[in-house]
Design a binder for this molecule. Structure first.
Ligand code: FAD
Length: 509
């Protein structure tokens, strides 16, 4: 289907919620178009903590249903995206003044049993003094708890959902801004503008407004008047430092303000620390972490870790904005993370806006969105997305380890670390990149950090990458392990390559 035709749904926003709805709807046989004005996952959906979790701390706010649903989704996501996700063990050091041990124990017990049957290990108490979990912590921390959650590469999750949507027939329009829409005969006439200035006019029976922090801006370009402002914008920052400790486990640290801060291994060489909760008025782009936020995160880590953590050690930071459904809580950290689907109607034309939500529940949110649109858009097929792996996620028997073994056998001359890196980005699709390569030189230019020309070409051709940042910070995190000259080389290469003949991905079909 080409731009200009009639669609069942026009989705505005290529973050995780737009991508998830596009996949689900296209797989049910609906004619879907999705437009994203920047790079996919260029906003909130690449700026998260990347946890697929129920959110232990939300139990304190009494959000039992939300936590239970999210824990069930954790299982579903680990199953459909096994290449870009993994289980993660969290260590929660106990500090008596902050929360009593019985309270934490009870919370963890609930957390273990709330969702549908979990494949993750149950929580337990640990004596930190004799355990490797305590090795990175200050000596006065004696007691702790260990529990499990999931981790996912958020930006890749978006791309894989979009690729799946495209396989199912969706039209994906990168770097295409939604400008306005007017209701017409129970449908919408929408105007979009591509980054090269060209206009696209199309008709859609339903608008889905998945613009995240810009949800109200998009709505105001459709003549829909919401009854009251419905989103609260809450900024969150993360910092990245060189690896602070050995081991694959993460820490959940209780802060004096009763918030929690996560410390998580990030790639082979770094540690991620986040996040903050700051009310903001507008979603500025690019969003940056303030010096005060950086100091707050360093201080939270310093309180618990043996190793010093100071702002000068920060090698990268990022910030994003949560667009939360306004439940009138004053404290930004207490506003619900649950989602709301708001259906608005103008002269018989309907628009569905996504407010709030979490990366973890995007798949369920997409199902709920389609259920809400059911009367207008009947589909032959029901829910399906939990049963089909995302592209590359069909790892076969033996899972990730077996896939890496197969790649090693097939490409014996390629470095094992390169094969592992590719498997963790592309899963069963790794062969599409490696093809007939027999040695590293067959993969073209080596930009550094296991990033080769062939993979960059793949990102441009099949994953809509058009700038160096798309490749270095979203399709991969290779930027973290490259010095500036190597990164500049990637920028130059992508700029040149992306301007060449249009690729199937860039045509949007
Ligand atoms: C600091 C932080 C930490 C988080 N950690 C977690 C976590 O660990 N686990 C978890 O489950 N969730 C987490 N979340 C929540 C999660 O990241 C968000 O719920 C999710 O990414 C929201 O996705 P979205 O698609 O709604 O919005 P976005 O990702 O912001 O996407 C909206 C898109 O719409 C596009 N857009 C806007 N206007 C237009 C227009 N006019 N035309 C075309 N496109 C437009 C934007 O460019 C943007 O790409 C976190 C959020 C933050 C901020």
């Amino acid at each position: 289907m080409q731009p200009g035709s009639a669609y069942d749904i026009l989705i505005i926003g290529g973050g995780i919620n737009g991508a998830g709805i596009a996949r689900d709807a296209a797989g049910r046989g609906l004619r879907v178009a999705l437009c994203e004005r920047g790079d996919f996952a260029g906003a909130t959906s690449s700026a998260s903590t990347k946890l697929i979790h129920g959110g232990l701390r939300y139990l304190e706010h009494g959000e039992l249903r939300m936590v239970r649903d999210a824990l069930s989704e954790r299982e579903a996501l680990l199953a459909i995206a096994p290449h870009i996700s993994r289980q993660l063990r969290f260590v929660l050091p106990h500090v008596r003044e902050l929360r009593p041990a019985w309270m934490i124990r009870l919370g963890l017990l609930l957390y273990d049993h709330l969702g549908t049957r979990s494949s993750l290990p149950r929580s337990y108490g640990v004596d930190l003094r004799g355990s490797h979990y305590g090795a990175a912590l200050k000596a006065d921390l004696r007691k702790g708890f260990v529990y499990s959650d999931g981790w996912v590469d958020d930006a890749r999750l978006v791309i894989l959902n979009l690729r799946s949507a495209q396989f199912h027939g969706a039209t994906i329009l990168p770097r295409t801004r939604f400008v306005a829409a007017r209701p017409e005969r129970r449908s919408w006439r929408a105007r979009l503008q591509r980054s090269d200035g060209r206009w696209i006019d199309l008709e859609a029976r339903v608008l889905v407004n998945a613009a995240g922090p810009w949800v109200d801006d998009v709505l105001s370009a459709t003549t829909v008047v919401p009854s009251r402002p419905r989103v609260r914008l809450v900024k969150g920052s993360h910092i990245v430092v060189q690896r602070l400790y050995d081991g694959d486990h993460a820490y959940l640290l209780q802060n004096d303000d009763r918030r929690v801060v996560f410390v998580i291994p990030f790639g082979a060489n770094h540690t991620l620390i986040g996040t903050t909760d700051l009310a903001v008025e507008s979603p500025l782009v690019p969003m940056t972490s303030s010096p005060a936020e950086v100091e707050y995160l360093c201080q939270a880590a310093r309180r618990y870790l043996r190793q010093a953590v100071a702002p000068e050690q920060v090698v990268w930071s990022y910030a994003g904005v949560r667009a939360l459904f306004d439940d009138r809580h004053r404290d930004p950290a207490s506003i619900t993370r649950d989602y709301t689907l708001a259906l608005d109607e103008v002269n018989g034309s309907i628009a569905l806006s996504i407010l709030g939500g979490k990366l973890t529940v995007y798949r369920r949110l997409a199902e709920a969105a389609l259920a809400k649109l059911h009367r207008r858009l009947e589909t032959r097929r029901g829910t399906w997305t939990a049963g089909e792996p995302l592209p590359g996620g069909d790892l076969g028997t033996g899972g990730m380890n077996a896939l890496i073994d197969r790649l090693r056998a097939r490409y014996p001359a390629l470095p094992p670390l390169l094969l592992q890196t590719l498997a963790q980005r592309h899963g069963a699709l790794s062969d599409e990149i490696l093809g007939d390569a027999r040695s590293e030189s067959d993969l073209g230019i080596h930009f550094g950090a296991h990033l080769f020309e062939r993979e960059v070409d793949y990102f441009i051709r099949y994953e809509w990458a058009q700038t160096g940042d798309d490749v270095l910070w979203r399709r991969t995190k290779a930027g973290l392990d490259m010095p500036a000259p190597e990164r500049i080389r990637v920028h130059d290469y992508v700029r040149e390559r992306a301007n060449e003949a249009p690729s199937p991905a860039r045509e949007g079909g």
